[in-house]
Design a binder for this molecule. Structure first.
Ligand code: SF4
Length: 155
């Protein structure tokens, strides 16, 4: 089974109530090859919600206790982000997930680049909180632009 960020398969679950539809990935769900997951909703956050970024590092630093996830107004939502990541890991184990495809740049789902924690639209290398936990647990995590999606039996 494959897990895919819910926003990528057309669910309007982003902080601003919009989606990030990728029709090809949505087709994987419709074909029964993949399931959607939104870590931030599973962590107890709502739609819409304030945008959040990681301050002090990336998702790996969050798990090391060196960084926090904060909203634009300064609310600490680290606990909700960690809970969503843990729930996503539990889903991976329950459904024997072999590949997770997550939305790049998200503070939960980013796999290579995330925003820098200053809310100034600047990106920097780093993992989201969920991506970091899944990788720590040996699960393959890629983003929606990964060349791996061109082939490898995903069509
Ligand atoms: S990027 Fe991840 S956490 Fe954000 S809306 Fe999409 S699935 Fe949910």
């Amino acid at each position: 089974m494959i897990l895919i960020s819910s926003c990528l398969v057309g669910h309007p679950v982003r902080y601003d109530g919009r989606d990030q539809l990728n029709s090809r990935l949505k087709q994987l769900v419709e074909d029964g090859k993949a399931m959607p997951v939104c870590p931030e909703l599973m962590g107890g956050l709502q739609v819409p919600r304030e945008p959040a970024e990681i301050r002090g590092g990336d998702g790996e630093a969050v798990w090391q206790g060196q960084a926090r996830v904060v909203t634009r107004s300064g609310q600490d939502v680290t606990a909700q982000f960690k809970e969503g990541a843990l729930q996503t890991l539990a889903m991976c184990r329950q459904y024997q997930v072999t590949l997770v495809i997550l939305k790049e740049y998200s503070p939960s789902c980013g796999t290579q680049m995330i925003y820098n924690g200053q809310f100034d639209s600047t990106k920097q290398p780093g993992l989201g909180v969920t991506s970091a936990l899944l990788r720590r647990n040996g699960i393959q995590v890629i983003n929606e632009k990964d060349p791996l999606l061109e082939g490898h039996g995903l069509d």
